[in-house]
Design a protein around this ligand. Structure first.
Ligand SMILES: NC(=O)c1ccc[n+]([C@@H]2O[C@H](COP(=O)([O-])OP(=O)(O)OC[C@H]3O[C@@H](n4cnc5c(N)ncnc54)[C@H](OP(=O)(O)O)[C@@H]3O)[C@@H](O)[C@H]2O)c1
Length: 386
């Protein structure tokens, strides 16, 4: 019997690459649910190819368009907040949450509450409410498998190891689009320039987060949540080639690294097939052709967002939710040409400094912090608007 999967955010970069993996394994993977934010044409095309029992669109105003595009199929159509219900479809075994921003939180919670395996690419929900998701997963005995390449690497390095043997985690960072640009030129870089990532092709928000290194900061918090390692034992290192996806150093000084060419289909299919290995390699690494791998310390002066993320992680509570929400608002404003690149850390810092924290005991506390941070960040963007 094939593993029956739901993909939340199937029209995005991760979603489409996941469907590419599914295409290679018609006997072992079956798609039962797909959802999108607004891209109903592409979603309808995907639904025709993969035949899910249900589809969802987050923008409720697009219900009729999606319904009529699939009128001659049996697919059930959900729209608006109801679209998140596809994460708890009774027929699903595994839910891949590949939507962007905090929109991933409700489907991730729905999936674990319903006892599904959660393959999670969406880092923002882990940052804002990872402890709640993992607590719910423990209660329902759901398995949570990371998809982010760094966390997939750590997950693979930790297989067969005792948690107490972990000395530190080392996250590798490509350095993003501006890693070689003189610091004084960074304030005025354009969205188009920020979207030119040197090694990965991804959605817009994460690509800008790579340029500011907020992405690495979110990943530090994500790793802290997923693997229970204290924040101060999660380090970062610049690694231009994006071939070592991350490393774990153990108490005896031994270091394990997971390697592969930068191709997200590798960690995606690892998560879809876990605990087994797939039989198809999306890409194969030739060490001799690579020549050398390079590493260097990250210059925190160049990447204030990374320092802000460490600060939010150490403070805990609702600070990580505020960090992530303020960053979402700032990145959207930058992409719309309303905020300078250097305004992104300024907006996030303003929100963190003004925040009155709460213990992130439940989703309501996270939602309150998220809403407050978005409002605060929006007003800071208006003050800094170009
Ligand atoms: N791309 C990568 O290589 C990569 C690597 C590691 C981690 N991640 C993480 O994976 C997540 C997705 O990244 P991405 O690069 O794939 O982003 P993306 O290309 O922007 O795609 C986001 C997807 O989410 C959909 N979406 C937006 N709001 C939604 C909602 N409320 N309900 C359902 N779907 C919704 C979008 O629909 P529309 O088509 O309508 O916009 C799109 O399908 C992010 O959290 C990112 O940090 C990505």
């Amino acid at each position: 019997m094939p593993k029956r999967i739901v993909i939340v955010g199937s029209t995005g970069s991760i979603g489409q690459q996941a469907l590419d993996v599914v295409r290679r394994f018609p006997d072992r993977l079956a798609v039962v649910g797909l959802s999108t934010g607004r891209s109903v044409d592409l979603l309808a095309q995907q639904a025709r190819e993969f035949g899910p029992t249900a589809v969802g669109v987050a923008d409720a105003g697009l219900y009729n368009q999606l319904r009529s595009a699939l009128a001659d199929t049996d697919a059930q159509v959900f729209a608006g907040p109801d679209a998140d219900q596809i994460a708890s479809l009774p027929e699903a075994d595994l839910v891949l949450v590949a939507s962007v921003g905090l929109s991933g939180l409700t489907p991730a919670m729905n999936a674990v509450r319903a006892g599904k395996t959660l393959a999670i690419a969406n880092k923002e929900s882990l940052v804002a409410a990872g402890e709640l998701i993992l607590a719910e997963a423990r209660r329902s005995s759901s398995r949570v498998v990371p998809v982010d390449s760094e966390h997939s690497a750590i997950f693979q390095c930790l297989e067969g190891e005792q948690p107490a043997s972990v000395h530190r985690i080392i996250l590798t960072a490509s350095g993003g689009a501006f890693r070689d640009k003189p610091l004084e030129e960074l304030a005025n870089v354009t969205p188009d320039e920020a979207l030119m990532h040197p090694t990965w092709r991804m959605g817009k928000k994460i690509t800008v987060d790579c340029a500011t290194l907020m992405n690495k900061g979110l990943e530090v918090i994500e790793a802290h949540r997923l693997f229970g390692v204290p924040v101060d034992r999660i380090e970062t290192v610049l690694h231009h080639q994006s071939v070592i996806h991350s490393m774990v150093e153990f108490t005896d000084g031994s270091v394990k690294a997971q390697m592969g060419l930068p191709d997200m289909r590798l960690p995606i299919q690892y998560a879809l097939f876990y605990p087994h290995r797939a039989t198809w390699a999306p890409s194969r690494l030739d060490p001799a052709a690579l020549g050398c791998l390079t590493f260097a310390p990250l210059d925190l002066g160049r990447y204030p967002c990374l320092s802000l993320a460490y600060c939010a992680a150490r403070k805990g509570g609702t600070y990580p939710a505020v960090l992530s929400a303020a960053d979402e608002v700032a990145v959207a404003a930058f992409l719309e040409g309303r905020l300078r690149f250097s305004g992104i850390p300024a907006v996030v810092e303003d929100a963190l400094e003004a925040h009155t924290p709460e213990v992130a005991v439940n989703l309501d506390a996270v939602a309150r912090a998220d809403a407050w941070a978005r409002e605060r960040a929006a007003s800071c963007v208006r003050r800094l608007e170009v």
